[in-house]
Structures are given as structure tokens and as C-alpha cells.
Design a protein around this ligand. Structure first.
Ligand code: FAD
Length: 467
């Protein structure tokens, strides 16, 4: 039935940004109402993003390890795949986490209103449900955490063999030939999963490199390692797709203007995500939403309307769960009267591919573009005992630092477990470490993280030659 609710803080959207903001506000003694259109809490990240993709990537990594172990003299029989059990593993992983979020809302007495929220004024939001009942929420403060959705390409036919990341994670089948439009992190992670499960994968990317935000030298290592696994078409655009009964026929245009056709059994569209700013009617509360759907905010996550805040994917790049979480904490603490700002020195990014590509702080391409004076030290994993002992000497650890002060400005890694090695480097950046500090820190031998210390020594000049 219809109802009216009064609350101190309304949080719109229960993704990593929204639930983190709601929990922090509740912990600080503020009355919170969390509005989410779906029955499951956790947003994109828990339901159709970070978590299901990592569960499937773990399955892919197991298959890759079994395959790669042949070079160490251990050969397994051809793996038998039980797709239903793989799906159950993935869904079970998601459920453990979404159930956990639900439990935490109860423990903290966060009131959850299920339904689609649209602002009707600067202090009101209307929640509408499928059964047509409504709740009118009166709030003192609001935090908009409505996230983002996949970009759709208007020229693609409506065909169930064409899907986005959500469709790819649903894993209805393993198409013999999968084309992936977009060579960013999401496209490459799904390429890793489907290739491991048996698809022949073609990645089509308009830019001149895969993962355009990462430094080219790291991506080159990834690409070389995968040259026999994927067909990679760079500087190539898909201009049309014909849905024929037995195949999808993609027309692709290369940089020189020549066109050709590629046949595929399925097409994953992973060309980016757009913010949901247009879906919340925030403008009716007076909030500025820019023409791309982003909501501009200041360092305290405040929109142009002082009692309304916005966090996560909806405020801009990078669209990452941990950025949303930290922004959620800032917004909640500011509302509770604390003097907090979102001013990270580094936001880590990871492609959980094989090998992984990971970077934090300044990249070399950003340093160049911004005219920042920098120096680079690279420690090759071809001389790391641990990497070689895993048969994976292709990786590298790269430090970007200020040549005057030796202060670390950024770091990039490519290699197995690169993402796990990034924690130390992000902490080093936040602590204002110099490359010498990294070199003087005793790293256990033999580990992959030892390459961080050795890169620090190379940069500081205490080691001059790695061989
Ligand atoms: P979301 O998670 O998008 O949550 C927004 C919520 O708001 C949703 O639940 C939505 O239903 C709800 N909502 C929207 N409008 C309304 C409305 N009007 N009324 C009610 N509810 C509404 N990031 C990482 O950091 N690491 C990863 O490994 C990673 N992997 C990813 C893999 C994939 C395949 C995808 C698609 C994304 C991945 N991301 C990853 C990105 C990550 O999922 C997002 O950055 C993160 O979910 C953003 O959190 P958010 O709180 O801003 O919004």
C-alpha cells in the first residue's frame, strides 16, 4: 500500500557506493533509508560485475593452469566442463555476498525500500513498485548512488546472440566463435573466460591499443602472451551487424578505411558504461546532471544542491567499486558533521586477465600528457626466481617517480597476480614513499612482490644491473 516515510538520509541505489554510504551513516547514528529498484542489494558490482566475473575468471585460471602445466611435465586429460555447476559456483558466490549486505542492513537498522526512486522535489523522492504501490520519502539529506549501465550501440539488431556484460556473465552457452566489441577491462576479462571455456575469441577495438587507460609497455606484454589465444583487431570499428539465421555477420572497418566481414556465433558488446543520472529525475530536485548523465560534485561529494550528494559511477571515471565505496564514506561522514574530503593520491585499477594488468597512481601516459617530469624503473620478471618457478617470466614491475625527489608517483605491473601486488604500491603512494623506501623495505625471497623492492633499488641506483 502507499505510504510516507521521513528520514535523515536517503540513499538512492544499493551498489558498493550506496550500501557503504548507508552503513557508515547508520554507524554514525543517522537514520537512513536505502532505495533500490532490484530485490537483490549490492548493485552492479555484486550481482553483474566484479564478483560474478571474478568467480568465472577463477574457473578460467584453473583451466589455464592445467593447460600451462604441460610445459612443467604435468599433463591433464581434456577438462570436462559442467556449465550448470560453474554457474552454480558463480551464483553461490554472489548470493553469499548479497545475503551478507542484506544482513548488515538489518543489523544497522537501515530501512530498505524496494522500488524505483525518482526525485519529485529538493526534499522528496517517490518510490514506485511493480505492483503500482508507492512510497513518498521526505529526506533531509540525499546521496545519489544510482550507478551506471552498459552503453548500447543503436545500429545493432535486436538479437539474443548479441549481449552485454550482464548477458555474458549469465553464460547461457559457450559460442564456438565469440566476437567482442571493445578491448577494455570488461571485454578482456570476458574474453579470458570464454576462451578458457572453449570459444574462439576475436576482440575488436577502435583505439590503437587494448585497455587504452594502461601504459602501452604493460599491455604489449599481455598481448604478446595472448597472441595465440585471441584474434585481436586494433584500430578497427564495427560498422554494422547482420543477423543471419546461422551466424552474425559483422562488417568491420580498419583504420585505412578498408572494410571486411567477420562471422561470429555471438557478439559481446563491451564498449563502455554510461551513468544513470538521467534515470533518477535528479534535475527535479535542482541537481545538475550533465549531458552525458554524470552528476558533478565537489571534493566532499556535494552536488550543486548543498544537502544532496552523489557518489560512485554516476559522478565520473574511474568507474570502480572501491572508488564508490570511499566516496560513500566521505558523503556519509560529511553529512554526520565530519570534515572529510575525497582526495586519494592513488586509485588502483586492475584487469583480472591472464596475465593481469594493474596500475595505481600516475601512469606514464598521464605523466607525458600532463607534462610532469618523471623517470621510470622497470624490473623484468624474467629474472625473478618466483615468476620463473611458475613458468611465467613475461611480467614486469614498473615504477614511475620524480627524478628530483625520488618520490614514487605511480606504478604499473603486468604478470600473474599483478593485482595482488598493487596493494603495497598504493599504500606506498599514499604514504609519500620514495623509490629508495621501496628498495630499503625487506621483501621476502622468492616472491613476486620482491620485484617491487628490486625496482625500487634500480630506481634509487643501489642496483644498476639486473643480470
Ligand atoms: P552500481 O553498482 O551501479 O549500483 C547502483 C544501484 O542503483 C543499482 O543497484 C541500481 O539498480 C540502482 N538504481 C539505479 N537507479 C535507480 C533508481 N532510480 N531507483 C532505485 N534504484 C536505482 N569494479 C571494480 O572495482 N572491480 C572489478 O573487478 C569490476 N568488475 C566489473 C565487471 C563488470 C562486468 C562490470 C559491468 C563492472 C565491473 N566493475 C568493477 C565496476 C563496478 O561494478 C562499478 O564501478 C560499481 O558497481 C559502481 O558502484 P555504484 O555504487 O556507483 O553503482
Amino acid at each position: 500500500k502507499n505510504s510516507v516515510v521521513e528520514t535523515d538520509v536517503l540513499v538512492l541505489g544499493a551498489g558498493p557506493g550506496g550500501y557503504s554510504a548507508a552503513f557508515r551513516a547508520a554507524d554514525l547514528g543517522v537514520k537512513v533509508t536505502l532505495v533500490e529498484r532490484y530485490a537483490e542489494l549490492g548493485g552492479v558490482c555484486l550481482n553483474v560485475g566484479c564478483i560474478p566475473s571474478k568467480a568465472l575468471l577463477h574457473v578460467a585460471a584453473t583451466l589455464h593452469e592445467a593447460e600451462e602445466s604441460a610445459q612443467m611435465g604435468v599433463r591433464f586429460a581434456r577438462p570436462e566442463l559442467d556449465i550448470d555447476r560453474i554457474l552454480a559456483f558463480k551464483d553461490g558466490t554472489v548470493k553469499k555476498l548479497t545475503d551478507g549486505i542484506r544482513r548488515m542492513t538489518r543489523q544497522r537498522k537501515v530501512d530498505v525500500e524496494q522500488g524505483t526512486g525518482t526525485f519529485t522535489g529538493p526534499n522528496q523522492l517517490l518510490v514506485t513498485r511493480d505492483d503500482e504501490t508507492e512510497t513518498q520519502i521526505q529526506f533531509k539529506h540525499a546521496i545519489i548512488a544510482a550507478g551506471s549501465r552498459p552503453v548500447k550501440l543503436p545500429f545493432l539488431p535486436d538479437d539474443d546472440r548479441i549481449f552485454d556484460s550482464t548477458g555474458a556473465l549469465a553464460l547461457r552457452d559457450v559460442p564456438p566463435r565469440l566476437a567482442i566489441l571493445g578491448g577494455g577491462i570488461i571485454g578482456l576479462e570476458m574474453a579470458t573466460v570464454y576462451q578458457a571455456l572453449g570459444s574462439e575469441v576475436t576482440i575488436i577495438e577502435a583505439a590503437s591499443q587494448l585497455v587504452p587507460a594502461a601504459d602501452a609497455d604493460l599491455v604489449r606484454v599481455y598481448q604478446r602472451y595472448n597472441r595465440d589465444r585471441f584474434t585481436i583487431e586494433l584500430k578497427t570499428r564495427v560498422t554494422g551487424v547482420k543477423a543471419e539465421p546461422d551466424a552474425l555477420i559483422l562488417t568491420v572497418e580498419a583504420a585505412d578505411g578498408t572494410c571486411r566481414e567477420i562471422a561470429a556465433d555471438a557478439l559481446l558488446v563491451a564498449v563502455g558504461r554510461r551513468p544513470n543520472g538521467d534515470l533518477t529525475a535528479a534535475t527535479r530536485a535542482g541537481v545538475v546532471v550533465d549531458d552525458r548523465g554524470f552528476i558533478p560534485v565537489d571534493a566532499q561529494q556535494r552536488t550543486n544542491v548543498p544537502h544532496i550528494y552523489a557518489i560512485g559511477d554516476i559522478v565520473g571515471d574511474p568507474m570502480l567499486a572501491h572508488k564508490a565505496t570511499h566516496q560513500g564514506h566521505v558523503a556519509a561522514e560529511v553529512i554526520a558533521g565530519h570534515n572529510r574530503r575525497f582526495e586519494p593520491l592513488a586509485i588502483p585499477s586492475i584487469a583480472y586477465t591472464n596475465p593481469e594488468i594493474a596500475w595505481t597512481g600516475l601512469t606514464e601516459q598521464q605523466a607525458k600528457a600532463q607534462g610532469i617530469a618523471y623517470a621510470v624503473a622497470v624490473f623484468p620478471w624474467s629474472v625473478s626466481g618466483r615468476a620463473l618457478g611458475a613458468g611465467r617470466g613475461e611480467g614486469k614491475t614498473k615504477l614511475i617517480y620524480d627524478p628530483e625527489t625520488d618520490r614514487l608517483l605511480g606504478a604499473g605491473l603486468v604478470g600473474i597476480h599483478a593485482g595482488e601486488l598493487l596493494g603495497e604500491l598504493t599504500l606506498a603512494l599514499e604514504f609519500g614513499a620514495s623509490v629508495e623506501d621501496l628498495g630499503l623495505t625487506i621483501h621476502a625471497h622468492p616472491t613476486l612482490h620482491e620485484t617491487v623492492g628490486l625496482a625500487g633499488e634500480l630506481a634509487a641506483g643501489t642496483v644498476t644491473d639486473v643480470l
